[in-house]
Design a protein around this ligand. Sequence first.
Ligand code: HEC
Length: 245
Amino acid sequence: MSMNRTVVNIIIDLIATVLFLGMLATGYLLRFPLPPGSNKSRVLWGLSRHEWGDVHFWISVGLMVVLVVHLALHWNWVVTVIGKRCGLVKSPHPSLIRSAIWVVGVFAAMCIGFGWLAERDVMQVERPRRGYQAGRQTIEQRQPPLSKATETPTGHLLWDDVYPIFQQHCVACHGPDKQWAEFRADQRQDFFKSAAPLILPGQSSKSPLMAIISGTRDDMPMAESHRLADADAAVIKAWIEQGAQ
Ligand code: HEC
């Protein structure tokens, strides 16, 4: 009997260790190779960030179940040694069942309270949060705007004035070397393709390009690579408003 018990304990502890390592590993995946915001643009071993998040969650549920089993197997010891030492148990022959009911009750109340609080405080935000993590560096801090002007520029803007922005932020993926989406940002006419123009001269708010570079298009692949600093977006907006010549 005691031998059996020892073997069971070892198996339970082994399972707990494996699950704990699984939590660490999936936590690492969610933090580094698949960081927040990469759900639509990255896949690892066939699963997206979202699906790895599910794996992480279910491993943590499994770990909790195993911990409960572990505690149950040691309940006698928990009650007599820990309970007495903390002054929670006074009787010389405490009832294991009663103490277990108490602990489960307190734990359930904590879970329900937490769930209720989270449900009550969750908020809908008007515009999706941007940046790698709220409260960290903003895009503007990461990539200083190219143009010297910080407010909307005034003079008449031409292609040569806006091209440096595209050159710095777009041409690596849409230029001579790579042409993602068969689009080249170094060829002015590619912005005005008749089938699906990115720019409607004089109508910046209707130009699909503005939604892409300001981050408001929500189905945009690799949105983070497409969002420009506000000052750069303002220059391009002004250029479109002035006729995009
Ligand atoms: C890090 C690489 C990268 C950078 C930088 C980049 N893009 Fe892209 N772009 C992509 C990829 C990848 C796609 C998606 C291709 C696909 O879906 O097949 C894409 C798609 C597009 C599309 C097509 C969108 C659609 O409707 O499918 C446009 C337009 C575009 N990019 C414009 C830009 C502009 C303008 C910039 C600069 C502000 C830029 N890109 C910067 C990689 C990049």
